[in-house]
Design a binder for this molecule. Structure first.
Ligand code: PGA
Ligand code: ZN
Length: 436
């Protein structure tokens, strides 16, 4: 039995320089901190954000803080699930928002982990009956779509998927591939929005999730350039279509200046995937376009493409159904609590689906998603490109987490000084049915 003995909320900044919420929670003698990332354009099925005050710093005794303190402090709790259930009830009743509930939920999880003398990863592993493993990296190379300043009619992200067999090897490959791509983009001096070519060797621009911006390049060109940058590395290609944001009307998608009906868009995606060797394809269609998802899945599998549902499932266990995708993407901020995220992960595993743990476009320096990914044994983690402090914090946390897996991946050393670094033990998941 535990209880929340103190709670504080504050406004902090995300990677776009916009306010989001951070919580400090005290449980017994231990305390923990957690914050919530923010999406540029959230999916319409995910739980809503609440705190839009824009305030920075301590939110003091404001209405949301009062509601939380009244509802949570001093109440005997049986554990994280109990707290998260109460948070969900408070959210349903008062519209606190998933940003507030997630920040509090994560802060509470860290407080319980600290109180038990284990890492957040170790503590989360105790809540999820699956051997922890290092995920493979989805490295954002190009940002487009709604993550870019232009009209949303291109893929939101084009990614490299290193496959060296170890986390540190994958991080090195990510740095080299990204660096090579930066140089290619800089040397090529692609046309800017004004249609004029920049001179070679110019600075390159990156998005809030550290994807390179290449306004003059089509998706096909971006895929070609990334493929060239991957030369000499074991790495596959991935794309997040984020098709919900390309919707031009029911069953119609905007893509590179033209509109396509669902079936034609599916054929176009498959053609691009086969031509460029895309092995990971996220949100190819709108969540309501389930007939197209169903028809696409067998054809995509045949072509060696793993189909992933992000806005489709919205990290909601109740939405995870078979026959639509191969993998469920988990964003804790979509689910609103640690428990709801783990429930979505469990629903995926129960159907034999794979897992991706994902960042949001606006991240804080919080690295809990890395601990989560390892704890649920996710096949992939999507943390953006290897630039900007908020993304680098995730790369660094993964490097630390790789050290905590011993020969028996379930076993975790809790004293960092005594943990053994064992590259073999940190070997990444390599889903055999995937070409990535
Ligand atoms: P979002 O996208 O945070 O803008 O929803 C992130 C992603 O899917 O990579
Ligand atoms: Zn996505």
């Amino acid at each position: 039995m535990s209880a929340v003995t103190g709670l504080r909320l504050r406004g902090i900044l995300d990677s776009r320089g916009r306010p989001t919420v951070e919580a400090d929670v005290r449980a017994g003698d231990a305390w923990g901190r957690g914050s919530c990332p923010v999406a540029i354009a959230p999916g319409r099925l995910e739980r809503r954000r609440g705190l839009r005050t824009g305030e920075l710093g301590d939110l003091g005794d404001g209405p949301v803080v009062r509601l939380l303190r009244d509802g949570l402090t001093g109440v005997p709790l049986t554990g994280q699930g109990d707290l998260d259930r109460r948070l969900r009830e408070l959210d349903d009743r008062h519209g606190l928002g998933a940003d507030v509930t997630l920040a509090v939920s994560l802060a509470h999880a860290r407080a319980l982990a600290a109180g038990s003398g284990v890492s957040l990863r170790g503590w989360m592993s105790g809540l999820f009956p699956h051997p922890p493993r290092m995920p493979r990296l989805l490295v954002n190379a190009f940002s487009g779509g709604i993550h870019h300043d232009g009209a949303p009619d291109s893929f939101q992200q084009i990614m490299a998927v290193p496959d060296t067999g170890t986390l540190t090897g994958d991080v090195r490959a990510a740095l080299e591939i990204y660096g090579a791509l930066e140089r290619r983009l800089s040397d090529a001096g692609p046309s800017g929005a004004d249609g004029r070519r920049r001179s070679g060797g110019g600075a390159v621009a990156i998005s809030a999730s550290s994807g390179l911006l290449a306004p003059g390049w089509s998706c096909a060109r971006r895929l070609e350039e990334l493929r060239a940058a991957c030369e000499g590395h074991r790495a596959g290609l991935g794309a997040d279509v984020a098709a919900e944001h390309l919707l031009a009307g029911p069953g119609r998608y905007r893509y590179e200046g033209r509109e396509h009906a669902s079936a034609a868009f599916a054929a176009l995606l498959l053609d691009l995937a086969v031509t460029h060797g895309i092995a990971y394809l996220e949100d190819p269609f709108d969540p309501a376009d389930t007939g197209t998802w169903r028809a696409f899945l067998p054809a995509a599998r045949e072509a060696g493409v793993t189909v992933v549902g992000d806005d489709l499932f919205a990290s909601d266990a109740g939405r995870v159904v078979p026959g639509l995708a191969d993998a469920v993407l988990l964003k804790p901020s979509q689910a609103g609590t640690v428990t709801a995220t783990l429930e979505a992960a469990a629903a995926a595993r129960a159907l034999g689906l794979r897992l991706v743990v994902s960042h949001r476009s606006g991240e804080t320096e919080d690295t809990a998603m890395c601990d989560l990914a390892v704890a649920v044994g996710a096949e992939w983690i999507k943390i953006g490109g290897p630039r900007r402090g908020d993304r680098i914090a995730k790369y660094n946390q993964l490097i630390r987490l790789a050290e905590t897996l011993t020969d028996d991946p379930v076993q975790e050393a809790t004293d960092p000084v005594q943990e053994t670094t064992h590259e073999g033990a940190a070997a990444c998941h390599a889903p055999s049915s995937s070409r990535t």
